[in-house]
Design a protein around this ligand. Sequence first.
Ligand SMILES: *[C@@H]1O[C@H](CO)[C@@H](O)[C@H](O)[C@H]1NC(C)=O
Ligand SMILES: *[C@@H]1O[C@H](CO)[C@@H](O)[C@H](O)[C@H]1NC(C)=O
Length: 837
Amino acid sequence: MALYKLALLAAAAAFAQAEPATNVRRDAPSGSAAWVAAHSSAAAALAKMSQQDKVNIVTGVGWNKGPCVGNTPAISSVNYPQLCLQDGPLGVRYASSATAFTPGIQAASTWDISLMRQRGEYMGAEAKGTGVHVLLGPVAGPLGKIPNGGRNWEGFGVDPYLTGIAMAHTIEGMQSSGVQAVAKHFIANEQELNRDSMSSNIDDRTMHELYLWPFADAVHSNVASAMCSYNKLNGSWACESDKGLNGLLKTELGFRGYVMSDWDAQHTTTGSANNGMDMTMPGSDYNGGTILWGPQLNTAVNNNQVSTARLNDMAQRILAAWYLLGQNAAGYPSINLNANVQGNHKDNVRAVARDGIVLLQNDGLLPLKKPAKIALVGSAAVVNPSGMNSCNDRGCNNGALGMGWGSGAVNYPYFVAPYDALKTRTQTDGATLTLYSSDGTSGVASAVTGADIAIVVITADSGEGYITVEGNMGDRQNLDPWHNGNQLVQAVAAANKNTIVVVHSVGPVILETILATPGVRAVVWAGLPSQENGNALVDVLYGLVSPSGKLVYTIAKQAADYGTKLVSGDDSFTEGLYVDYRHFDNAKITPRYEFGFGLSYTNFTYSGLTTLMTATAGPATGATVPGGAADLWDTVGAVTATITNSGGVTGAEVAQLYLTLPASAPATPPKQLRGFAKLSLAPGASGTATFTLRKRDLSYWDSARQQWVVPAGTFGLSVGASSRDIRLTGSFQVGSGGTVSSTTSTSKTSTPTSSTKLSTSTTSKASTSSTTTSSTTTPPTTTSTRTSSTTSTTSASSGGCTAARWAQCAGIGYTGCTTCAAPYTCQYGNDWYSQCL
Ligand SMILES: *[C@@H]1O[C@H](CO)[C@@H](O)[C@H](O)[C@H]1NC(C)=O
Ligand SMILES: *[C@@H]1O[C@H](CO)[C@@H](O)[C@H](O)[C@H]1NC(C)=O
């Protein structure tokens, strides 16, 4: 049987076996059933609690009155501990011997869900190891619609689909380690400027399709808690928005955990209680003077301003999350933020830091071929001379950059700067390394003249608004490199024609000046690599691995091209759905580097698009499960493509699927990300990228009906190496009669645009893993298929897995195939990954 037929069969088998969302096995406790059990235990405990106990469990002890950033008192009647809530989204804040994980934005840039999941697992394990019950992350808001928004780096980039997948895997990873995850900040807190006074006024459809979308993933992954944000929604505080908390989160998404306030984001006693907030943090204002719950809540309940039922609901939700994570079991570690919990977790930091590096430009200079003389330039080449943790909450941009600043930052246990790692490498090679660790241009020429290679490191930083760094009050003032980075690059390149620019940045930087500078031969977008900064960079510069990160935001030619900016009053989100590439595509603006872009040291070709759909037009009408209507999460099709490494070295490709909605849908961005797969391929090897589509992936939000609707008509499919480097296109029909009429696809002969500048030299010692090896001559596909639950699951075995599972696992970069035990299938991208390890 031809391999392409096998692949089709496999895909059919995989989704015929797809289980209802409530039965999906996950590593974290999951699905409605887990919450039912947890709530039943919680209800039993609640019955033993006094009203005072209930008030206590929902009220933090006050700022700076406990060992953690948030604490609630122990409730002895039910053996409930003093709960420890601790920042943050990249590890345990204020710990002395915990790992400084990579920021979310770097994890997203890898597009590698196994690394995201492992990062979550490790963060959860470290939180538990330090006695933290609730780790305050991950972040899906801000989404990042404003490119200079101060906290964008804490989240997973500006695409809701990618952010949603990253949220799901991070949360499941964290909770599999026994710690409660918190999806934050709910919702629409897109800038630091005026965050605690402004109102975000978002139309209903945009709310659903962009900002709420990743929170649905979080709820579907049974996140224990959600944190309401500082801003207002349509004029009501987010922490007392009936529509936001009771409507969207608890009713529509079926969230069964608890809502905690962001720190000091509560404004009233009864408004917050009656509109859906369940826990106040830290329990007082920062002076300790104002306490809105505690005794006030007791009084409000006694006066019937807040019902006992509502108080019970708050307390039961908090207890249920504790039971959900099994934190009631004996032996939960006691709080010790000094515990050494690092284990081997730095391996994940290095892998994420490295695989999140995006190669933007390369005329063949990279990978380095053992140059004899290297000059390294920039203040960001070395560890902060005052000490790696010398600035409170990383609130400065001195020395090498690993993360932004604010409550979402942690202490570094160690820091390897570019200079440290390059020193080690050049010593091994017997090469010379000259350092010029300043951003002043006066001494540059003498430092770099005569070197074989000049590497200049520049930065852009941002953070949370309570700290101002070099005039930036959280949000960045502009999209330029800091410390006169443009001038520094110009000075280096003027004196050395083999200049490599390394950018460590929280988000997009306008690179036009740098790209126009003669002598700049490569631009390495190294993101935010945390403690493994230098090691990750050297891995890529020397070709130990081929770069495989892709941008999770657009880099524009000028700031105005984004069409969004910080607002000084309320924000009415007039750009609607048109943020980042959705806007650039719609407005036909050519970016400098588009969303999803990234070069490699090898080349990939795309072929053999296959499509197998069972979607029917119409609304999702299923019962509400965590995450929304149950059928939204049903698999309704799969698209596959064959990716071949046609270059000279092993590398990994992130293949991306973008969907275009049919004409019957309301106006929608021209294409939207709805799948991705990262495949590691040896030279000459091929693999199958499998994009499993859920009903929600085909749907738009119909505000009039208040439902997600799959529109009827022709859907466009674009599969490619970025949002603009589309290699395969196809389409499929969805009819209202309930069947797919036909599927066709055509492939465009790819003329790699910027990837043609790549070097062919140098070999890599990186692992030569390959995925599915398939025929290179895949026939064009025309299928008309309606699968049913009787579809045969028989398929070839290989290495102990059925081909179906093999294809699924291979499609997400899995490179071996041994233990996919029946009856498991691989769900959307990919609940079953752990089964494949
Ligand atoms: C805000 O107002 C808009 C317009 O009336 C409405 O569509 C949306 O649902 C409201 N959102 C919230 C959170 O109140
Ligand atoms: C990638 O393909 C381009 C165009 O075919 C070619 O010029 C280049 O040498 C290739 N690079 C590698 C690393 O194979």
